[in-house]
Design a protein around this ligand. Structure first.
Ligand code: NIG
Ligand code: FE
Length: 410
């Protein structure tokens, strides 16, 4: 089955297969073809070019006059498998409590863990699939999902099995990350070593045995997991073949970037607070810095210093962090707009960060993240727009006409 898209006003993010990520000044370059066609066969992109050179026909033709086509968003950091919500904490914050105070009073991650432990695997799957379908309609065509709201062996395995089921039942690439080190359960409040031993000696072997995760994460933060704890957990994960993707520098700079780079992390995520040593450490590494601007927006915390990162020649990816506590939104269009508005990224930089660099941060650059021959036919057709800058400029507007995953409109 072949499908031909014709009269595309602008085909965005056209790349050669060799490009796995873009860094520094290159982030401000977004290759496009005006007045283009795009040919797909089954689930793959097989050709594209300017309309003038079009000499092929297909089983089905879609006229895209006035509309643009770009690769679907690659959301490399989410926690969409969770139970219930934390609306009450949202209201508590409106009334003056801080995120930290709420967590210290037994709310926060432990609140979500309690709810998840009491929720059946089936119900958890149902709640999560609603969110997945929502973000797909918003243009997400590949995503990573973390565990970390279980915090017991059974509940962590339950979360990871739900992620696996989502992967089995939906057509988009989904990557699983084990985040047992998200918070210390109350039971281990005074026995932190005990919980880390449980992660290393009990959880990890079971997860590896069932092949439930590709990545390992830890919340490396003051009051959560120390640099030493993170070091131990990442080392243990590596023994089971898990690549690190790590929560660092959300509230404090304690050396999370350094320990992650030491372990060849695929990404370091959050980075709301960064010092010059953090930036120096990332230079020359393979680690992708990932910013989560919707989290900064929702919690009113600083935004990741994107300009400092990009001006230092580094790459940057953008992701949602979709979770019940700090970011109850999985809308990548909002992320792209907020990155431009609040982090002073150009539309070109933000679109690169949300596509090809997001793909890199999930080890998916070979499959998605750009319009490239041989890659998955996962793309967005926009409504009629004047320029692609409308995506961040008209923030809050729905500019998506349709979303294709594996060559099929969803
Ligand atoms: O990435 N910072 C750690 N974890 C999540 C939020 C956790 C929560 O509040 O539920 C995050 O922001
Ligand atoms: Fe997160």
């Amino acid at each position: 089955m072949t499908t031909l898209l014709i009269n595309i006003k602008e085909l965005i993010q056209v790349r050669e297969h060799t490009i796995k990520k873009v860094s520094g000044k290159d982030m401000n370059v977004l290759p496009t073809i005006k007045n283009a066609f795009l040919l797909i066969e089954n689930d793959r992109i097989i050709d594209f070019g300017v309309m003038d050179n079009l000499s092929i026909s297909a089983d089905k033709t879609i006229d895209c006059s006035g509309k643009m086509v770009l690769p679907t968003w690659c959301d490399s950091h989410t926690h969409i498998v969770y139970a219930g919500n934390r609306e009450q904490e949202f209201v508590d914050r409106i009334n003056g409590l801080s995120y930290e105070e709420i967590a210290n009073n037994g709310g926060g991650i432990l609140n979500s863990a309690k709810k998840l432990q009491q929720t059946s695997e089936n119900d958890l799957y149902k709640q999560s699939s609603v969110r997945l379908e929502e973000v797909m309609k918003q243009g997400t065509g590949a995503l990573e999902i973390k565990s970390g709201y279980g915090l017991t062996i059974d509940a962590e395995l339950k979360m990871l099995r739900v992620i696996k089921k989502l992967r089995d039942n939906y057509d988009l690439p989904i990557k699983a990350t084990f985040l047992g080190a998200h918070a210390f359960p109350t039971k281990y409040k005074n026995n932190k070593k005990g919980y880390i031993n449980l992660i290393i000696n009990e959880m990890l072997p079971k997860i590896a045995e069932e092949n439930l995760a590709e990545f390992i994460d830890a919340f490396c933060e003051t009051g959560y997991f120390s640099v030493e704890d993170t070091d131990r957990i990442l080392s243990a994960g590596k023994k089971y073949g898990l690549t690190p993707k790590v929560h660092v520098n959300q509230f404090t700079t304690i050396g999370g970037v350094q320990v992650s780079v030491k372990h060849d992390a695929l990404s370091v995520d959050h980075l709301e607070v960064m010092n010059t040593d953090d930036i120096e450490t990332l230079k020359g590494s393979k680690t992708m810095p990932v910013a989560l601007p919707s989290c900064s927006y929702f919690l009113s915390i600083p935004y990741t210093p994107a300009r400092d990162i990009i001006n230092a020649g580094l790459p940057l990816a953008l992701a949602t962090d979709f979770n019940p506590g700090s970011t109850p939104s999985g809308n990548m269009n909002f992320v792209v707009a907020t990155a431009c508005i609040k982090m002073k990224m150009t539309p070109e930089e933000a679109i690169n960060a949300a596509t090809i660099n997001g793909a890199y941060a999930m080890n998916l650059s070979n499959e998605v993240g750009s319009i490239t021959k041989g890659k998955k036919a996962n793309f967005i057709i926009t409504k009629e727009i004047l320029s692609y800058g409308a995506i961040p400029y008209n923030f809050g507007s729905v500019l998506i006409d349709s979303v294709f995953i594996n060559g099929k409109a969803i």
